[in-house]
Design a protein around this ligand. Sequence first.
Ligand SMILES: NC(=O)c1ccc[n+]([C@@H]2O[C@H](COP(=O)([O-])OP(=O)(O)OC[C@H]3O[C@@H](n4cnc5c(N)ncnc54)[C@H](O)[C@@H]3O)[C@@H](O)[C@H]2O)c1
Length: 426
Amino acid sequence: MKRRTFIKNTGLTISALPLYSATFQNQSYKIALVGCGWWGMNILREAMAYGRCKVAGLCDVDKNAATTARGEVEKLNGDKPKIYGDFRELISREKPDITIVATPDHWHALPAIMAMENGAHVFIEKPIGHTIGEGQAVLRAARLHDRKVQVGTHRRLSPHNISAMEFLRSGKAGKIIQVKAFVNYQQGAGTPAPDSDPPKGLDWDMWIGPAPWRDYNPGIHPRGFRQFLDFANGTVADWGIHWFDQVLWWTEEKYPRNVFSHGNRYIRQDGSDAPDTQLAIFEFESFTLEWEHKLCAGNLNEAHNVGCYFYGTEGTLHLGWRDGWTFYPKNKNKEKVHQNPTLHAPDHQNIKESWADFILAIEQNKLPASDIETGHLASNISLLAMISCKLGRSIQWDGENEMIAGDAEANKLLRREYRGEWQYPG
Ligand SMILES: NC(=O)c1ccc[n+]([C@@H]2O[C@H](COP(=O)([O-])OP(=O)(O)OC[C@H]3O[C@@H](n4cnc5c(N)ncnc54)[C@H](O)[C@@H]3O)[C@@H](O)[C@H]2O)c1
């Protein structure tokens, strides 16, 4: 395997947090949040805690979410941001310096692109698009408008992930030839709820936006959209992208050449349609990447319910989340090596470091650690798995040209028709 080098900007640690140039000490950013739900508010809270920001506008198609968010912003930052139900109005009226996009996946691309066209830097959630073409358009807009875009793959700023990369690159795990990324959550089957009228204050037509129409169902909003394929791409895109991003961070390769995935619904009966069980194999030039998620029994080491196993000639490194990382040497006379994580409440994340890195990137005119190109490449891996899974056959990915070789039917799935007035980003 080729010798690996650290990708620029990834050696940031918490000690980098207070570093900003004196020129920017009085700089305050006008911030807008599009999507004021669970994760959007986690990001905005860290932005306010970092300081030097005025929350200028909050946009949510669910008035209840936006109103709750405004109450919290007023309490934490003293701002009284205007509430919007349409991001186009928010962006054109407020002209934010920074826009956070934390909508469901099918609504990432258009607000992010419009924000950049209007001069904003963007903090966008993962996966960066619902289809690969959307990700390409977001990446293009970032480069065209010369805006900094930080993707919510905050594990690139997590102290234990940084030290795991150092360990792998030191060669202590030997030559890595296989990586298995996985999520095994022991959830039940669930019960479907009937479709109903949307709750008061929710603009369901705008929530659906460019996706195919379907009636409101409480299983979709809030948060449940992940398992509905019209709005997201299931667990492989919700969780898988975090681990695929780690694999791309470790390797010098940018994409797999061949992808095969099989998924099915064996357990879930909650009315959603994403696979509850899925396997994928991604063939890279110098190693093989596997993905697996399932709802039945987990791995035998129950501590490791999510993460990646890097299988090396000297042993196996498990890169996890709340369980940090652990190296299990092949030679049983050698000691295990372990590193605990440093994560923040709520929800055990590293948004604090990610936000600080984003502001540094803006002020020092450099790429952020989770730059949009890395987010695009990681999102692609998830989305390619879903394309293969939907087709029921393997696909050959021409990563240079971002096309599926010799497969017109598969290439159609790189984009999709938008509903009504919405235009697929060109
Ligand atoms: N990086 C991470 O670790 C991490 C963790 C959790 C969630 N996420 C991502 O954050 C995103 C949001 O997930 P969530 O769990 O917060 O969902 P959520 O349902 O709690 O919040 C999404 C909000 O977006 C609103 N919304 C929908 N369409 C909109 C539109 N057109 N304009 C404005 N608002 C709109 C919804 O009404 C809702 O309030 C997802 O893409 C998810 O993958 C990332």
